[in-house]
Design a protein around this ligand. Structure first.
Ligand code: NAD
Ligand code: DAU
Length: 339
């Protein structure tokens, strides 16, 4: 299937965060006709270094907040699509202080939908599989586009709220919107607060890795480059008004992932600490991406988790200057939470 829409000038919100910046690299490397404007507030999770070195004639950076309606009104004309990644993204932070999650994830999405509506700009909304709640470990089902919403955490409930706003703005105002709900990403540029980078950088710093609860919670891992190619596919070929689930059949429990990291890094299998569980901790996520694969012809390419994990460990080992400045403060925050 050929692309039905090839955007010339896209706004990528949150393009200095983990997944957003990987998407900007993906577009620059694979789609030479598309120019990118990154709109990012550079919160604790944003880092301008993530897009450093990209060609200035392809990527422009605007420092600003998605809740700033006046800025959006000035910025959006001249662009033909918005790909909305910006969010408060970390569950543990949403439990400690939900307020910024409501502001950015709900109000920020509302502001972007209003400006997309005003200027009739194509809008793609990045969301999460967490809107569906969790599955039992022995449940034979996986999440599909038909699974009812049942979010557990302040983070996932604000993401679910934002998805519902998108559906309403499409149906009521005709905003040309699509939504994707993806599973857990891993790869370079992920903040050290998240599970995989936290454990890798702990080991590099001589700190024991930390495992929540019984370690049997399952996440459905996908390499961030596969997420990027899926988003591009939906942006260019997806049916307006539709939702697509993104996943790569990567279910693994946390203790298995941690033992893989320990082994690759030459540590004993028991060299970690059990810590307090996350309140409301979702047990298992699992994505059925049949709709995206059969309707739009997308397929993941980076499905060798062991290989992707080794590359990710190498990236954190080679890029200490990227994460060292934020490591101590991140661990201090966890320590205060008993984690
Ligand atoms: P991240 O926390 O690494 O990055 C978020 C980015 O958004 C940062 O650059 C930050 O500065 C920016 N930002 C935050 N608030 C902003 C605001 N008000 N205005 C402008 N910019 C703002 O997040 P991530 O892990 O890259 O996640 C990106 C998106 O993907 C989120 O919408 C998240 O819900 C979704 N998602 C993440 C995963 C995952 O595994 N990390 C999986 C599925 C979906
Ligand atoms: O499923 C998609 C979601 O994946 C995204 O929407 C979120 O933005 C993203 O942060 C991620 O959410 P999780 O809560 O699953 O990711 P996190 O990296 O925080 O934790 C992964 C698992 O590891 C989870 O079961 C909690 C556990 N964990 C986490 C940390 C930080 C530990 O056992 N120890 C830890 O130190």
């Amino acid at each position: 299937m050929t692309d039905t829409f090839v955007p010339q000038n896209i706004i990528v919100t949150g393009g200095c965060g983990f997944i957003g910046s990987n998407f900007v690299h993906y577009v620059v490397n694979n789609h030479p006709d598309t120019h990118v404007t990154v709109l990012d507030a550079l919160t604790y999770a944003g880092n301008i270094e993530n897009i450093a070195g990209l060609p200035a004639d392809r990527v422009k950076f605007v420092h600003g907040n998605i809740c700033d309606a006046e800025l959006l009104d000035r910025l959006v004309p001249g662009h033909d699509a918005i790909v909305h990644y910006a969010a408060e993204s970390h569950n543990d932070n949403s439990i400690a202080n939900p307020e910024p999650f409501l502001k950015t994830n709900v109000e920020g999405t509302y502001r972007l939908l209003e400006v997309a509506r005003k200027y009739d700009v194509r809008y793609h909304h990045i969301s999460t599989d967490e809107v569906y709640g969790d599955l039992a470990l022995d449940d034979p089902h996986r999440f599909t586009e038909e699974t009812p919403y049942h979010p557990s955490s302040p983070y996932s409930s604000t993401k679910a709220s934002s998805d519902l706003l998108v559906r309403a703005w499409h149906r009521t105002f005709g905003v040309r919107a699509t939504i994707s709900n993806c599973s857990n990403n891993y790869g370079p540029y992920q903040h050290v607060e998240k599970f995989i980078p936290r454990q890798i950088t702990n080991i590099l710093e001589g700190i024991r890795p930390k495992l929540y609860g019984d370690g049997l919670n399952v996440r459905d891992w996908i390499h961030t480059d596969d997420h990027s190619s899926a988003v591009w596919t939906i942006l260019t070929k997806g049916r307006i008004g539709e939702t697509y689930l993104i996943g790569a059949d990567g279910e693994r429990n946390n203790i298995t992932v941690l033992r893989d990291i320990l082994e690759v890094m030459g540590e004993p299998a028991d060299a970690f600490d059990w810590v307090k569980d996350r309140p409301g901790h979702d047990r298992r996520y699992a994505i059925d991406s049949t709709k995206l694969q059969t309707e739009l012809g997308w397929h993941p390419e980076h499905t060798n988790f062991q290989e992707g994990l080794e590359q990710t460990i190498k990236w954190y080992s080679d890029n200490r200057a990227w994460w060292e400045p934020v490591k101590a403060a991140t661990e201090e925050k966890y320590k205060q939470q008993g984690q």
